[in-house]
Design a protein around this ligand. Structure first.
Ligand code: URA
Length: 241
């Protein structure tokens, strides 16, 4: 199936300029399709099969963008906030033209893996409560985390609003006054990890998301850094064992 669109729309969606700038660029002969200069910005082009050259360079078409951000503390997982910095403040202008948004939310003080995309269907599937995409977190906990907690989480605990959680897998990395754990949950209730620990009278003092589906946070990304996902990694978001 061919995907035909106006050349000015294609190039402006890819960040080459506004529609009016592209009109000028076309007039000035900067745009070529299949070797021919295109002066008319309304010409329909097949994005999958036609070769587009802008100012001497080949244009690679993509509709969707998929980014993995190592979210730092202090940023809101939203596309707008009146008061605080948002995760989109960490994204470069060239990538913002795709209008990515976060797939789900991490709390302002939670760090780690956050996927941003403009693929609404993928986001919808990943966030669907029916899908049970697993999410694994690393946390530091005030209080001694015990085998009892492992059992309680494996059965499901009751949150402050009466909600019974699905079974979750708790691994104790260190059991001390400040414990360290990994927790895998299969749903995404508001403040879920923090509230699960509250239900066993403990407090999360640091939280970081390590993975979503089979997609793991790239540990080479510093806090606040991001990169595009590979096609393979995009698929991994929805995969589970
Ligand atoms: N659970 C929480 O409590 N906070 C998050 O940011 C994510 C999961």
């Amino acid at each position: 199936m061919s995907k035909k669109q106006r050349i000015d729309k294609i190039l402006s969606n890819l960040g080459y300029g506004s529609r009016s700038e592209l009109k000028k660029f076309c007039k000035n002969g900067l745009v070529k399709v299949n070797g021919k200069v295109i002066n008319n910005p309304g010409v329909q082009v097949d994005v999958e099969n036609d070769e587009i050259i802008f100012d001497g360079e080949k244009v690679t078409y993509k509709e969707f963008i998929y980014l993995m951000l190592n979210k730092p503390d202090g940023y809101i997982s939203a596309t707008f906030d009146k008061r605080d910095p948002i995760v989109l403040d960490l994204i470069d202008k060239e990538d913002l033209v795709f209008e990515p948004f976060p797939v789900g939310r991490l709390d302002k003080d939670t760090e780690g893996l956050l996927v941003l995309t403009n693929d609404g269907q993928l986001a919808h599937r990943v966030l669907s409560p029916k899908k049970h995409v697993p999410k694994t977190y690393y946390a530091k906990i005030e209080g001694i985390v015990t085998e009892e907690d492992i059992k309680a989480f494996a059965k499901g605990v009751t949150l402050d609003d009466g909600y019974e959680t699905m079974p979750a897998e708790l691994i104790i990395l260190k059991s001390d006054e400040i414990s360290e754990i990994e927790l895998t949950i299969h749903e995404g209730k508001f403040h879920q990890v923090k509230r699960m620990f509250e239900s066993v009278d403990k407090k999360v003092i640091y939280l970081k998301r390590l993975s979503m589906g089979k997609l793991k946070l790239d540990e080479n990304l510093e806090l606040g850094e991001y990169r595009e996902l590979t096609d393979e990694e995009v698929k991994m978001i929805e995969e589970r064992d």
